[in-house]
Design a protein around this ligand. Structure first.
Ligand code: FAD
Ligand code: PHB
Length: 388
C-alpha cells in the first residue's frame, strides 16, 4: 500500500489531522490499535477552547457540537467551602465549549467514514521504519497477515503509551517530566449537573471537580491516592467523599445517582523534545502530557494538528519545507505555556502531603487570584486558550 501520510492512532489528534488533510486532497491512512468502540468508551476531556472549536469546524464536523455543546462564559472555584467566580467573557471576551471528547471523536469518525477515507482498526504490532529516509514505511498485522504502507510522512498521534515516540533513537529526544503523588477518580452519571458552570474545588480532604457533558449528564472527579483500586469505590463511597468537599449550596443541590462509568487517571506533566524526527512528526499526547486540571490536553492536540496540517499543506501545495522545519519550535512554544498553566493549577488546588508552607502559598495565591483583576485576567486568558 502507498499513501502520502500514514497516521498512527485514531484519537482526536489522528482523526482531526486525517480529516483536515483529506479535505485538501492529501491522501492518508489511519492505523489504530483498538476497535472504534473501545476508543469511544474512554471518557476523557470535556472543555474545548475556541481554537479547537474552529479546527473542528474547519474539518467540517462541527454541526452537532454547535447544537449540543454548552458555551461557558466563566468558571467557579470553591476554596474551603466558599465559591468564587472567574468571568472569562468579561475579562477576555472569549468563552469555552463544554462538549465531550467522546462526542468529538464520534463526529470525526462519522466524518471520516462519510469521506470514504481509510482507517484500519485493531492494527497489531504497528512498527515504524526508515523515519530518517525519504520514503519511510509502516508495517502492521491484521487478519493474521503483515501489511506494509509506504508513505512520505508518518504522523505519530498514538498517545503517551504509543509506539511512535518509542521508535525514536534515545539520544535524539530530551524528556522532561513531573509525576504527581495522586490521581483523579472520575464518575459519569445521568444526573443534572450541580451547577451551570464547572466548579473546581480546593479542600483539605483533597481536590474535586464538578463538570458535565450535557444538562442531564454530569462528570465528577475527586483527588485520590495512586494506590486506589476503582473497584473499591462503589458509587455511595464516591458521593460520600465528594459532598464534604463542596460548599453548602452545592451539597444541598447535588443530585446523585448510579454511575455509568468510573475510572482513575494518574496525573503527569511530560514533554519530549523535539516533535519532529526526519519524516516522523509527533502530535498530541504522543509528544506531551499535562495533568487534566487546566483542561489543556485535547486542546494542545488540536493546536499541534493545526500547525502540522498547515505545514503539510505548505509541503504539498507550495513545495515549501518551511512549515515542517518550524513545526516543532512553533508547537512547543504553545505546549510549554500550557504545561506551565496546567502545572500551576494542579499545584494550586490539590492537597500535597505534609507541607504547611505549600498550603499557605496556595491560600495566598488564591487570595490574590480573587482579589486582583490582573491575576484573574491571567487565569482567564490561559484557561480559554492562548492565541497562536
Ligand atoms: P489519545 O486520545 O491517547 O489517542 C491515541 C490513540 O492512539 C488511541 O486511540 C490509542 O489506542 C492509539 N494507539 C496507541 N498506541 C498505538 C499503536 N502502537 N498503534 C496504533 N494505535 C495506537 N484535555 C482537554 O483538553 N480538556 C479536558 O477537559 C481534559 N480532561 C481530561 C480528563 C481526564 C480524566 C483525562 C485522562 C484526560 C483529559 N484531557 C483533557 C486530556 C485529553 O483526553 C488528551 O490530551 C487527548 O486524548 C489527547 O489526544 P491524542 O489523540 O493525542 O491521544
Ligand atoms: C471533564 O469534564 O472531564 C473535565 C473538565 C475540566 C477539566 C478536566 C476534565 O479541567
Amino acid at each position: 500500500m502507498r499513501t502520502q501520510v500514514a497516521i498512527i492512532g485514531a484519537g482526536p489528534a489522528g482523526l482531526l489531522l486525517g480529516q483536515l488533510l483529506h479535505k485538501h486532497g492529501i491522501d492518508n491512512i489511519v492505523l489504530e490499535r483498538h476497535t472504534g468502540e473501545y476508543v469511544l468508551s474512554r471518557i476523557r476531556a470535556g472543555v474545548i477552547e475556541q481554537v479547537a472549536v474552529d479546527l473542528i469546524d474547519e474539518a467540517g464536523v462541527g454541526a452537532r457540537m454547535h447544537r449540543e455543546g454548552l458555551v461557558h462564559d466563566g468558571t467557579q472555584i470553591c476554596v474551603d467551602g466558599v465559591r468564587h467566580r472567574i468571568d472569562f467573557k468579561e475579562l477576555t471576551g472569549k468563552t469555552v465549549m463544554v462538549y465531550g471528547q467522546t462526542e468529538i471523536t464520534k463526529d470525526l469518525m462519522d466524518g471520516r467514514a462519510a469521506a470514504g477515507a481509510q482507517t484500519v482498526y485493531t492494527a497489531e504490532d504497528v512498527a515504524l521504519h526508515d523515519i530518517f529516509a525519504d520514503q519511510p514505511r509502516v508495517t502492521y498485522r491484521a487478519d493474521g497477515k503483515v501489511h506494509e504502507i509506504e508513505c512520505d510522512f508518518i504522523a505519530g498521534c498514538d498517545g503517551f503509551h504509543g509506539i511512535s515516540r518509542q521508535s525514536v533513537p534515545a539520544d535524539a529526544i530530551s524528556s522532561y517530566e513531573r509525576v504527581y503523588p495522586f490521581g483523579w477518580l472520575g464518575l459519569l452519571s445521568d444526573t443534572p449537573p450541580v451547577s451551570e458552570e464547572l466548579i473546581y474545588v480546593r479542600h483539605r480532604h483533597g481536590f474535586a471537580l464538578c463538570s458535565m457533558r450535557s444538562p442531564t449528564r454530569s462528570r465528577y472527579y475527586i483527588q485520590c491516592s495512586l494506590a486506589e483500586d476503582v473497584h473499591a469505590w462503589p458509587d455511595e463511597r464516591f458521593w460520600d467523599a465528594l459532598k464534604p468537599r463542596l460548599d453548602a449550596q452545592a451539597r444541598e443541590r447535588i443530585v446523585t445517582g448510579p454511575s455509568i462509568e468510573k475510572s482513575i487517571a494518574p496525573l503527569r506533566s511530560f514533554v519530549g523534545e523535539p516533535m519532529r524526527f526526519g519524516r516522523l512528526l509527533l502530535a498530541g499526547d504522543a509528544s506531551h502530557i499535562v495533568p487534566p486540571t487546566g483542561a489543556k490536553g485535547l486542546n494542545l492536540a488540536a493546536s499541534d494538528v493545526r500547525y502540522l496540517s498547515e505545514a503539510l499543506l505548505e509541503h504539498y501545495q507550495e513545495k515549501s519545507a518551511a512549515g515542517l522545519d518550524h513545526y516543532s519550535a512553533r508547537a512547543l512554544a504553545r505546549v510549554w505555556k500550557a504545561e506551565r498553566f496546567s502545572w500551576w493549577m494542579t499545584m494550586l488546588l490539590h492537597t500535597f502531603p505534609d507541607s504547611m508552607f505549600d498550603r499557605k502559598m496556595q491560600l495566598a495565591e488564591l487570595d490574590y487570584l480573587f482579589g486582583s483583576r490582573a491575576a484573574a485576567t491571567a487565569f482567564a486568558e490561559n484557561y480559554v486558550g492562548l492565541p497562536f
